[in-house]
Design a protein. Structure first.
Length: 592
């Protein structure tokens, strides 16, 4: 299959026409995803990225610098180093984005997705010099239902932002190879660094660039490998940072503790799963649990193994005629491989968001096939009919994709609705049971929320978050003994953060178990971001134990941390009054 290099000049009229067509594609993408702006769903780790992230909610230069400098141990979001993502969310908050009005966050995600669509068009055009193929690839990417999740899920800012920089990296590299010039090369490297600082799953971009050298650029050589040295050096450094930061803050489990056979089955499952969701995007969810049993004896897993073997066979055979299919699929596989389960960092076997940027590999295969079909017929009526047919097929697929995307977006309009939808697809999933409970409690449906927490714990008795969240609800309801029981269960099954330590201190103090409460408050103080609140509670415990001097000392420390802390001010005044009365009583007592 021949690939024609792009010309260096074109008429102004053709350029304007191409710009108008690209604009129409971008408008179609914006129109399809417009309902995302009104979505109100808070999903999974949105709390950590936005609702409870004190740096995002209090934008400042110091906060931005802190995101940048906390390389090996991020303090506000568990997991890997992603400072550009966090800074972008901070900027949206500064522009007026709030937990009860997510429009600004969704707007930024949608604009990034629209920009990514334009970059896909630019990349395909640079590689194939076929405007029709570039427009078709961009349109199918832009309106595809798999792009809904990264747009409407706040925490997935990292996916569209990393995709943006990753595509700039690839477009700049293609420009460098087609048009020459070192500026494009260094822009490509800089964009790669930015992609890694947004989401480090883009680590294998340098390998993808080498595959582009093999096809369609056809320039793979020792020199092309050597010129990637800076890219590989950056990728290696990022990989080290990612493993260390993920391990220190959220845990990392290489191979997820599974056997080699299990890992092979997971890879087979995901290869078939992603291709299936790309070509038949129905029953999409933000949580795909691991299939049970994870065994070749399962019909689904057996089909995945057979499907993978057939796919590999077809790709190998295709190499006799073209490099396109095998190379494009390999680009997709390499870019998605960091999320394929070799390194365990999630409870899901797959996710729509994981396919967002890697889809570029399959889009290149589509563009090559489209270009071949576009030029196949000889000039004349038959060529025109063939091209009209190709355009008709693409437009038909676009309309179908857009309708499915709109349907998926409608489910994201409300948190309770979306969690009920996900749970209907996977009812035996403790994470979804607990997630639905969270949003029900937030919506004021506490009794039903408690039922789903208990169902989550029935499915997984050691589910840390379900224990902790249920304990919070019970504490709010003054069911202190039950709350303490679940807090201790949470501490046994997972890390006890400052909030768990603080809340179990509240519950124990309410039960009159002041010494135990003091121990947990003290532990909470070590990592709590608002020490004044914790110091005030420690003072309260000392006050109840009758140690007024110690209580006064802790209240004063609280006020040094926050001079306007009202509880500390009021309680300090009470402690002073009680101490004065005690001194007066001692003074009035007769001498023995």
């Amino acid at each position: 299959m021949s690939v024609v290099a792009p010309g260096t000049h074109g008429s102004r009229g053709r350029t304007l026409f191409a710009a108008c067509l690209i604009g129409l594609v971008v408008l179609a993408v914006l129109f399809t995803h417009w309902p995302a702006l009104s979505a109100r769903t808070i999903c999974f780790d949105d709390h950590e990225y936005l609702l409870e992230n004190r740096l995002v909610r209090n934008p400042s230069w110091d906060g931005a610098w802190r995101f940048l400098r906390e390389i090996f141990e991020p303090s506000t979001v568990r997991g890997y180093y992603q400072p550009l993502t966090m800074i972008s969310l901070m900027l949206d908050h500064a522009l007026g984005g709030r937990a009860d009005d997510l429009r600004i966050f969704h707007r930024t995600n949608l604009l990034l997705h629209a920009a990514n669509t334009a970059l896909i068009i630019a990349l395909v055009y640079l590689l194939f010099d076929r405007l029709a193929a570039a427009l078709a690839a961009g349109l199918l990417f832009g309106v595809h239902p798999l792009s809904v999740e990264p747009i409407v899920w706040i925490a997935e800012r990292k996916t569209v932002l990393a995709g943006f920089f990753g595509l700039i990296c690839m477009v700049s590299y293609a420009w460098h190879t087609r048009r020459g010039g070192r500026k494009a090369y260094w822009l490509s490297l800089l964009a790669f660094v930015a992609a890694l600082m947004s989401k480090p799953t883009t680590t294998l971009i340098p390998v993808a660039l080498l595959l582009l050298d093999y096809w369609p650029l056809r320039r793979l050589s020792r020199q092309s490998v050597v010129e990637k040295a800076p890219f590989f050096a950056v990728a290696f450094a990022s990989a080290v940072i990612t493993v260390v930061s993920q391990g220190r803050t959220a845990g990392v489990d290489v191979a997820s503790g599974r056997s080699m056979i299990d890992m092979a089955l997971i890879l087979c499952h995901n290869i078939v799963f992603y291709l299936g969701k790309i070509f038949w995007p129905t029953n999409l969810s933000s949580h795909y649990p691991f299939p049970e049993p994870l065994s070749a004896a399962s019909g689904m897993m057996l089909a995945a193994v057979v499907g993978t073997v057939l796919l590999i066979g077809i790709l190998l055979v295709s190499l006799r005629r073209t490099r396109a299919a095998a190379t494009g699929w390999l680009i997709f596989f390499l870019l998605i491989s960091p999320t394929m389960g070799v390194i365990g960092f999630t409870r899901v076997i797959a996710a729509d968001k994981f396919a967002y940027f890697p889809a570029v590999g399959l889009l290149l295969v589509f563009a090559a096939l489209f270009s071949w079909a576009w030029d196949r017929a000889p000039p004349g009526r038959s060529r025109n009919l063939l091209r009209i047919g190709l355009v008709g097929l693409v437009l038909s697929a676009t309309v179908s994709e857009a309708e499915l995307s709109r349907n998926q977006l409608s489910r994201w309009q409300d948190s309770v609705r979306y969690y009920r939808y996900m749970l209907a697809l996977a009812p035996e999933t403790p994470t979804l049971q607990s997630g639905l409970a969270n949003v029900l409690v937030t919506a004021g449906q506490v009794d039903e929320g408690i039922e789903h927490y208990r169902e989550a714990l029935r499915l997984d008795p050691d589910f840390h978050h379900a224990h902790a969240n249920l304990a919070d609800v019970l504490l709010e309801r003054k069911q202190l003994a039950q709350a303490v029981s679940h807090y201790y269960a949470a501490m046994k099954s997972g890390p006890a953060d400052h909030l768990v330590q603080l809340n179990i201190g509240y519950a124990l103090a309410g039960l009159g178990r002041y010494e135990e409460a003091f121990a947990h408050f003290t532990e909470s103080l070590k990592t709590h971001p608002e020490p004044a609140a914790v110091l005030t509670n420690i003072g309260n415990v000392k006050y109840q134990l009758g140690d007024l001097e110690a209580a006064i000392g802790f209240y004063e420390k609280a006020l040094r941390a926050d001079p306007n802390h009202q509880n500390a001010i009021g309680n300090l005044a009470k402690a002073y009054v009680r101490r004065a009365k005690a001194i007066q009583q001692d003074t009035d007592s007769p001498n023995p």
